[in-house]
Design a protein. Structure first.
Length: 116
């Protein structure tokens, strides 16, 4: 047996299963259009259509959340390895926090943390 045979089998199954499920769904499902089914919803409740432009503040808040999440993950792993990293690790985290705090101050000055 070739050494790459299990990998090729895995890739084949990874491609075959979604295609088979999609084809089976299109053959078995019933098509009954309903205006309620086509209504956009959020958290299980129908929402009215958005008039005009969608506010970009939502995306900005989402990016800030990702940045804070990455910072929390970096600080957690740094705290676990602090003794092994020594002074270099402490200096690197201090530099990271200085850059992060300066970025936060800039966003705060520009009004990025005003959620309304």
């Amino acid at each position: 047996m070739h050494p790459y045979a299990p990998l090729l089998i895995f890739i084949g199954l990874a491609l075959l299963i979604p295609v088979a499920i999609s084809v089976l769904y299109s053959l078995v499902s019933s098509r009954r259009p309903d205006p309620v089914k086509s209504t956009p919803y959020e958290s299980g409740y129908p929402t009215p259509p958005i008039e005009g432009r969608f506010p970009a503040k939502f995306y900005f808040i989402a990016m800030l959340f990702v940045i804070f999440d990455v910072e929390a993950a970096a600080m957690y792993s740094w705290a676990v390895l602090l003794r092994e990293l020594g002074a270099y690790g402490l200096a690197a985290m201090a530099l990271f926090l200085i850059v992060f705090i300066l970025g936060d101050l800039y966003v705060w000055k520009k009004g990025g943390f005003d959620w309304t």
